[in-house]
Design a binder for this molecule. Structure first.
Ligand code: NAG
Ligand code: CU
Length: 168
């Protein structure tokens, strides 16, 4: 039974990993001069669990800054600075993040990136209430259609596992 329960949690947690995306900033160009990062960002959706990977040469750096410093290309109050040439940033919280290159003139010429991170997809939620595999719960009327169908899916999975546990 413990095995079955562990398996259910694995199934619930899986979507968060399935949809996590590692974004290489600027794709093959990397983090450098002459790339339009506003264009690179457009059409992309960043979610908690995704990561940004910055690849850059020694003439560049990576500073995370406030929006106002991003707007005015000021790196002296950087929240965080990196210069290792291959920086991975895990997006662990929702909200906007701002990055600039601190090398003189680069940010002004467009070497700056703003991303907005939204919550992970709802399928990745982990349950907070213990729905024991041996009890059946009736979806409450408050459930949305989407939630109800995922509840039904859950009950199916649980039934299969409980069935499997008895047979095995
Ligand atoms: C970022 O995520 C990767 C992959 O999930 C993990 O290996 C790494 O330890 C994380 N880094 C930090 C600083 O949390
Ligand atoms: Cu630069």
């Amino acid at each position: 039974m413990a095995m079955a329960t562990a398996f259910i949690y694995l199934l619930l947690a899986a979507p968060a990993f399935v949809y996590a995306v590692d974004y290489t900033v600027g794709d093959s160009n990397g983090w450098t001069s002459g790339v339009d990062y506003t264009n690179w960002v457009s059409g992309k959706t960043f979610k908690v669990g995704d990561a940004l990977i910055f690849n850059y040469g020694g003439s560049h750096g990576l500073d995370e800054v406030t929006k106002s410093d991003y707007d005015s290309c000021v790196s002296s109050n950087a929240i965080d600075s990196h210069s290792d040439g291959n920086t991975r940033l895990n997006l662990t919280t929702t909200g906007s993040r701002y990055f600039i290159c601190p090398t003189i003139g680069h940010c002004g010429n467009g070497m700056k990136l703003a991303v907005t991170v939204s919550a992970a997809s709802s399928g990745g939620n982990t349950p907070t209430t213990g729905s024991s595999p041996t009890t059946t719960t009736t979806p409450s009327p408050a459930h949305s259609a989407a939630t109800t169908s995922s509840c039904n899916m859950m009950m199916l999975v649980i039934s299969l596992l409980v069935g499997g546990a008895f047979m095995g």
